[in-house]
Design a protein around this ligand. Sequence first.
Ligand code: AMP
Length: 397
Amino acid sequence: MKILVLNAGSSSLKFQLFDMTDESVMAKGIVERIGLDNPFLNYTGREKVKFERKDPVDHKKALQWVLEVLVSADHGVIKSLDEIMAVGHRVVHGGEKFTGSVLLTDEVIAALEENKQLAPLHNPPNLMGIYATKEVLPHVPMVGVFDTAFHSTMPEEAYLYALPVELYEKFHLRRYGFHGTSHRYVVQEAAHRIGKPLDSLKIVSAHLGNGASVAAVKYGKSVDTSMGFTPLEGLVMGTRCGDIDPAIPIWMMRELKMSYQDVDTLLNKKSGVYGLVRGRSYDMRDIEEWAEAGDQEAIRALRIYAYRIKKYVGAYAAAMGGLDVLIFTAGVGENSPIVREMVCEGLEFLGVKIDKEKNNSRGDAIISSDDSRVVVMSIRTNEELMIARDTYEIVRR
Ligand code: AMP
């Protein structure tokens, strides 16, 4: 009943080993610097240990390294690899084909290969993690859990862009949305905690991490979300601009003679909060600290950041015809009372009333006042647990 969850990035491999009898985490960690000299493995099992190597490792060697530690006499938490019942993989883009988690058969893996170009930064490393697992644990079933899948319930009016429709038909150019596993987890948690059925609630979920997105979840189904064809659209993020006039990149290329690669880097890596404070930081902890000390640029960046979220909350309340629950999650959402307060300020007309004392907290809490019509919550997200649950469900069938 042990499930290994893997999240393979281009230079890292994150893992968590779950015991599904009580959903406890037996071990977790990350291999970093894959493909580079001096890779290391940060491992937390019975205690925290850091392992280092001189020679580069690829994804397969990185996985073998993790598995060796998991069964080692000194630091291991299982006796044999046979205890691993299945491996759950995070896959960023499922395209239109994958609307839920699936068993990773050869056929499915071939279909994922075809989807590669939809998420050129994320899907290729996800696939490397899948191939590595296939080689190292050939008899263990694998399940793919997609960031996009939860949003596959969006109606056409939410997912189609007003572009020539042939672009959608030929190239699948449409809104997909991301962070679906996180949004799905927190809406389930929210319903559970307030003791109401998910299919009776209109929820706006704000996942505010380095990447950030808002989802409108009506009666348990995603009906709209702020990220689009790529994770660049929507909110102001750590280094991503979110919504801008689509003519701006054209202007940059024409007037500033920038290449499309330069524009891509500027919008994805040099914009957002980072761009607004002249590249001093993209970490909200710094921005808040500076804002508190009176740094006008940091104060403005915070106001722009919160204002964009507020606009989406209003838009999604309109899209759903009401709002029962507002959720804040991920790094900023779980830890930043000031951002939550700034977002909620002025939303009293929707029935949002925050309790400043309750809001002065981190992690899991109801932060609205008792007489607030909308329940406002901060919920710690847990995408890994969601992946483990899906994997367990699918391989048990
Ligand atoms: P995530 O992508 O969910 O890991 O979120 C990472 C981001 O959360 C960091 O870059 C910070 O901007 C933000 N963050 C983490 N801890 C805090 C905190 N205590 N206060 C404000 N922001 C935080």
